[in-house]
Design a protein around this ligand. Structure first.
Ligand SMILES: [Cu+2]
Length: 218
């Protein structure tokens, strides 16, 4: 490129002598005119080729990222639906004083196993060392029901899971402030779509149902 510009500038010099043309000058001028024309033709061509090269590289890159982004959003919708239950209300018909608040989730599903953390407040202080001997004592479960204004029905499990996987899923209360945090993994036999919209039920130490919230994608 540098040598081309050098040639162009030396050609320009030959044009300076145009008024006093000699044979050599005429020859040089013709050669230079041809060269300049060729140079002027080649320069825009080469720059446009280079620009096209850049363009195609760019479009390839953006196509790739669009594809991977598309796949990620598909994954988000299909395989890894994340559910959360929050805004707990007293279980329908529960007359006790316990008012549970907090969150169960994010809940993710791999295969038919739901994994989730929970951060709760206002749970039963009697659950400080975990569950007692009563059925569902200090339990934290998905139930089949889909509303917190009516009864939630039985524990949720389906398909290849034929015995209740929820009987051992319990919380421990921190007696200082009545909170409870933890993580659980439960094979319910169902997909994330199967558990979406169902109820999360919190039980007290006696096994009674005290609080309810709906599992939703938020
Ligand atoms: Cu339950």
């Amino acid at each position: 490129m540098v040598s081309s510009f050098f040639l162009v500038s030396s050609c320009a010099d030959t044009f300076r002598f145009l008024p006093t043309q000699t044979d050599t000058h005429t020859k040089n001028t013709k050669l230079c005119t041809a060269f300049l024309l060729a140079f002027l033709l080649v320069l825009p061509l080469s720059t446009s080729v280079a620009a096209q090269g850049k363009k195609s590289k760019k479009s390839k890159g953006s196509k790739g990222s669009m594809n991977s982004a598309g796949m990620m959003s598909m994954k988000g919708k299909k395989g890894k639906q994340t559910l959360t239950a929050t805004g707990f209300v007293k279980y329908s018909g529960y007359q006790g004083f316990l008012e549970v608040s907090g969150t169960v989730g994010p809940m993710t599903t791999i295969g038919t196993t739901q994994s989730f953390g929970y951060q709760l407040a206002g749970v039963d202080n009697a659950c400080q060392s975990g569950a007692g001997s009563a059925p569902n004592s200090c339990g934290i479960h998905i139930h089949v029901g889909t509303s917190c204004t009516s009864k939630a029905g039985a524990h949720y499990f389906t398909g290849s899971v034929t015995t209740d996987p929820w009987t051992s899923i319990t919380y421990n209360t921190n007696t200082i402030d009545g909170t409870s945090t933890g993580t659980e993994s439960v094979d319910t036999g169902g997909s994330s779509a199967d558990v979406s919209g169902r109820t999360i039920i919190i039980h007290n130490w006696l096994g009674g149902r005290i609080a309810c919230a709906i599992l939703e994608q938020r």
